[in-house]
Design a protein around this ligand. Structure first.
Ligand code: SF4
Ligand code: SF4
Ligand code: FES
Length: 360
């Protein structure tokens, strides 16, 4: 099928050739269209041209045309992309294949049923500050910046589409998918959130299914470091809470902090008050037989509350919480969100701190 009229678009070169999937749950195939090229044209422009001139019943979901609503997700030349953010001149003279996301059930043409994602979203316990948390909330800038990355998500579900775990499990029962690892990370690393979600991650959310291929991270239009900054830290936190024998013993022996909430085995509701270490796992340190520490919380006055593991031969015990100054940490080691899991920050800081205590 060829363009009958360029309509309101001014032709700036040869036609753009699109192979657009047309069909529904019963059957479907690609259909060829030629669209006059316009400088700066994106795939969504070309699809709209096809709708206006050749196929009025072509189904396509979009809203903002500004890469912010997450509606126009599709697979363009085999890669999950936003149609409104993908320029046609990126592909030169080749034919451009535009198909619906394949991880979700097809409704019609380029539109898929993504409602499963919203059902998953409902299963994640929301933001839960301590009951006695003073309002208005006070947080340190470095803590809010760390969470900000996760909150850039526009729910385009391109990461869900590319994830091979979701593609390979049609009933989607094995894994919540990378978008929801981002949401859980936003909650788990919120400086004022008190709820534990590691039981959920280990269980129904299926974080163990992710094998860190980073495909999701590569397609995210908001450039969220999904695996580096969300999934890997959550895997760390889950492994510690679920498998770390020291942490399990500590949870049993140490008293709970006021106002903190735990999760039931399915991770969805309350339970007995926990000993919670991993509020700020960005500065959590894994030990190789040496002293290590975890930040328990950031206090309103900007200090960190830290638990320290003492090891005397084979005997281990947690001491704390002891208070360290955030400014000392950031002055010596830079912004907390650049430190990352396994960084030496706390180990070195605590070591210096204890040395100071011994000489003080
Ligand atoms: S890194 Fe994990 S979540 Fe991302 S695409 Fe790979 S398996 Fe899926
Ligand atoms: S994390 Fe990125 S790719 Fe995934 S839904 Fe959010 S914006 Fe889209
Ligand atoms: S139309 Fe809103 S992201 Fe493309």
């Amino acid at each position: 099928m060829s363009a009958k009229t360029p309509g309101t678009m001014a032709a700036a070169g040869g036609p753009i050739v699109l192979q657009i999937f047309r069909g529904d749950t019963n059957s479907g195939a690609e259909q060829r269209f030629e669209v006059p090229a316009v400088e700066g044209m994106v795939v969504l422009d070309a699809v709209h041209y096809v709708q206006a001139n050749f196929a009025n019943d072509l189904a396509c979901r979009w809203n903002c045309k500004a890469a912010k609503c997450g509606s126009c997700s599709a697979e363009i030349n085999g890669r999950p992309r936003l149609m409104c953010k993908t320029r046609v001149d990126e592909f030169g003279d080749q034919e451009n294949h535009v198909r619906p996301m394949r991880a979700f059930p097809l409704i019609k043409d380029l539109v898929t049923d993504v409602s499963w994602n919203y059902e998953v979203n409902k299963q994640i316990p929301g933001f839960t500050p301590a009951a006695n948390e003073p309002v208005p909330y006070r947080m340190l800038p470095e803590d809010t910046e760390r969470v900000y990355e996760y909150r850039k998500c526009i729910e385009c579900f391109l990461c869900q589409d590319v994830c091979h775990v979701l593609r390979n499990h049609d009933d989607k029962s094995a894994y919540y998918g990378p978008r929801y690892m981002v949401r859980i990370a936003a909650l788990e690393m919120h400086p004022l959130d008190t709820r534990k979600r590691t039981g959920l991650l280990h269980g129904k959310a299926g974080i163990g299914m992710c094998n860190i291929t980073k495909c999701c991270q590569e397609v995210c239009p908001e450039h969220i470091k999904i695996t580096d900054n969300a999934i890997i830290p959550l895997k760390e936190r889950t492994a510690t809470d679920v498998y770390d024998p020291v942490a399990r013993i500590a949870r049993k022996l140490l008293p709970a902090r006021a106002g903190q909430l735990s999760e039931s085995p399915d991770g969805l509701a309350g339970g007995s008050p926990p000993q919670r270490f991993a509020v700020k796992d960005v500065v959590r340190l894994k030990s190789r037989g040496r002293r290590f520490a975890r930040v328990a919380s950031v206090l309103p006055d900007g200090k960190l509350e830290v638990w320290v593991l003492h090891m005397n031969g084979t005997v281990q015990h947690w001491a704390g919480p002891k208070i360290v100054r955030t400014s000392d940490v950031t002055n010596n080691y830079g912004p907390l969100d650049e430190v990352g899991i396994g960084g030496k920050l706390v180990e070195q800081y605590i070591t210096e701190d204890h040395a100071a205590e011994q000489h003080g």
